[in-house]
Design a protein around this ligand. Structure first.
Ligand code: ADP
Ligand code: TRP
Length: 320
């Protein structure tokens, strides 16, 4: 089974990325061959600062390794190291119905947030489909917001298969139900672009400040609080054991503890959870050549598969 996913280097990785996508992607290394890449072509749709793009791309690679990706059991690479995906994206665009892309939530959301309506942003799902189909991927672990993009991928694969005969495998999404949407400090979906993120590897002072500014209601200290409506409880549940979660919920219901104390408890838990990964990250950061080696090896593995698939595609559609 081949498992593939990508993450945009459009900013610094946050705990929504970790629980929505990275953790399950890394765990899936036990179940099949993993291909994970840094989607720097995609990031161009929102980031036009060359230095930031370069730095973020390297940082995503470092963070992935620090969080436990094992490069001996899978490929980690830059999207741009497999430039054939842009050729496949063109081929797919020739069968992609306009209406299908016009219905994409992610495109509409991005316009609503003020991103300019470029052709690249509009055809973003086509490049993503190429990313997936070019590796004959079986499974794509992502957060819930990416589900529609996988459906579009399947639609495009079917279109090609119906037009030219069997060319592509149909990939399945894998969405972790328990953490499908990790809330940010304002209670909305955590996202780099909403400014409500808590970064995985931010510095201690900044993360503490972020946790302490989680939005709460004005229930007084002594009054009982509703654990089901609390972002603090939702976030704490990502890090804590069953018993610890039950204990926190009880203390919410009992009253007598203020939100500030609960936030401190959340901060401690979060900080401790990422401690081993922070240590690993410090070690890796000192060895840039190690990361270069991992990315080069990943690019070789990815190109080997992409070349095969593209030979098949070109032959089938009359471009060979
Ligand atoms: P952002 O919204 O911060 O720009 P991306 O779109 O780069 O994040 O997302 C990268 C991966 O992380 C995707 O698989 C996405 O579904 C997942 N993800 C991002 N934010 C969250 C969240 N708040 N909860 C769950 N998964 C998320
Ligand atoms: N669109 C994804 C995101 O914003 C990133 C991505 C690009 C991706 N290509 C992909 C994810 C292929 C999975 C498979 O998170």
């Amino acid at each position: 089974m081949r498992i593939l996913s990508g993450i945009q280097p459009s900013g610094v990785l946050h705990i929504g990325n970790y629980f929505g996508m990275m953790r399950q992607s890394i765990a899936l290394q036990n179940e099949g061959e993993t291909f994970y890449f840094i989607a720097n072509y995609h990031a161009l749709t929102s980031l036009r600062d060359p230095k930031a793009l370069q730095e973020n791309s390297r940082r995503v690679a470092l963070d992935f390794l620090a969080c436990g990706f094992d490069p001996n059991r899978g490929a980690l690479f830059m999207q741009t190291d497999v430039p054939q995906v842009t050729e496949l994206a063109w081929i797919l665009s020739t069968v992609a119905p306009m209406g299908l892309l016009e219905r994409a939530h992610s495109y509409k959301d991005k316009l609503a947030r003020g991103l300019p309506a470029t052709v690249g942003l509009f055809s973003y799902p086509i490049l993503m489909s190429a990313d997936i189909l070019i590796y004959d991927s079986d499974l794509v672990p992502v957060g819930k917001d990416q589900k529609q993009h996988i459906e579009i991928t399947r639609d495009l694969a079917v279109k090609i298969n119906e037009t030219y005969g069997q060319v592509f495998k149909l990939p399945e999404p894998r969405i972790q139900a328990a953490t499908e949407v990790v809330p940010g400090i304002d209670g909305q979906k955590m996202s780099k672009s909403y400014g409500n993120n808590i970064d995985i590897f931010g510095d201690e002072k900044e993360i503490r400040k972020r946790v302490m500014s989680i939005v709460t209601d004005s229930t007084p200290v002594e009054a009982p609080k509703d654990p089901d409506k609390s972002t603090i409880v939702q976030l704490y549940s990502l890090f804590a054991s069953k018993d610890e979660i039950a204990d926190l919920r009880e203390r919410f219901k009992k009253g007598g503890t203020g939100y500030g104390d609960f936030k401190k408890q959340l901060f401690e838990k979060l900080w401790e959870y990422f401690a081993p990964m922070r240590r690993r990250r410090e070690e890796l950061r000192r060895d840039q050549s190690y990361i270069d080696g991992v990315l080069a090896k990943g690019a070789n593995q990815a190109n080997a598969v992409a070349d095969q698939v593209m030979t098949r595609v070109r032959k089938t559609i009359g471009l060979a």
